[in-house]
Design a protein around this ligand. Structure first.
Ligand SMILES: [Zn+2]
Length: 264
């Protein structure tokens, strides 16, 4: 793709999951927007053109070492960048992070071991056997289980924090999303659910997921937690909620919806 060399681009520059932000006036942090990269691009670094945003190209690349905080720059975790950036910029940062993750993990052909060649922004091809690879996405479900005026919240051992959230789990090959919902609730809590309905979805670039949210009603069973994955789980009423996940997650959006819709 031929790029307009004089146009400004948004630069999504990462060191691992740390994103480079430019300090602006009034304490605002922003994605740098310049004609060429504000940070020197080392040899053998691939710069990916990922998409456009507000009419400008978006480019991303990885650093081999972090940028020290200065009057101009700060690096922040991708999750934390949600607090500083407009939503569309946070989402594009997530896409950039997924592309970089894919690039790092698809250097060799998984069939014959030959170094892969990048052919398009989201496609590599093996020059020996012709195998093509695209960024893969892991699909996971989230389910808000209702029981009268309460909802089911759990604390999974892999949560980064003390908050409680919805039952979640990865889709397995050969199952529908609804089957996955019923299976995950049963496996993790011992409960049966019914009336499984779609709520919404959200890209989840940690490192490359898609979360698909469902609402379901309790249908039977006693809570019997899967100890390996969950450290707690129970039904909570609106006036007795524990610490909830942060605002950036679909889980929190679903819980907030439930709080605001007591009669649905
Ligand atoms: Zn190959």
């Amino acid at each position: 793709m031929k790029m307009n060399q004089t146009a400004q681009s948004w630069w999504f520059i990462f060191y691992k999951d740390q994103l480079l932000l430019e300090k602006k006036e009034d304490g605002i942090y922003a994605i740098p927007c310049e004609e060429s990269s504000p940070i020197v691009i080392k040899e053998k670094t691939t710069v990916h053109n990922i998409t456009t945003l507000e009419g400008r190209n978006c480019k991303t690349f990885s650093l081999s070492s972090p940028i020290e905080e200065s009057e101009q720059w700060i690096m922040t975790g991708l999750r934390a960048s949600y607090e500083y950036l407009p939503l569309s910029h946070y989402q594009t940062a997530g896409k950039a992070h997924e592309i970089l993750h894919w690039d790092r993990n698809s250097r060799f052909c998984s069939a014959c071991g030959t170094p892969m060649e990048q052919k398009e922004s989201i496609m590599k091809r093996c020059p020996k056997c012709g195998r093509e690879v695209y960024p893969s996405i892991s699909t996971a479900i989230l389910v808000l289980v209702r029981k009268k005026d309460s909802l089911l919240l759990v604390h999974a051992r892999n949560f980064k924090g003390t908050f409680n959230s919805l039952v979640a789990g990865f889709l397995e090959t050969g199952e529908t999303l609804e089957e996955c919902v019923a299976r995950e609730v049963k496996e993790e809590t011992g409960l049966e659910v019914k009336n499984i309905t779609y709520f919404g979805n959200q890209p989840w670039p940690y490192p490359s997921g898609l979360m698909v949210g469902f609402i379901a009603d309790y249908a039977g069973g006693e809570i019997n937690l899967q100890d390996e994955e969950l450290s707690s789980g129970d039904f909570y009423t609106r006036d007795n909620l524990p610490e909830l996940p942060r605002k950036l997650s679909l889980a929190r959006k679903m819980i907030d919806w439930w709080i605001e819709h007591p009669n649905e």
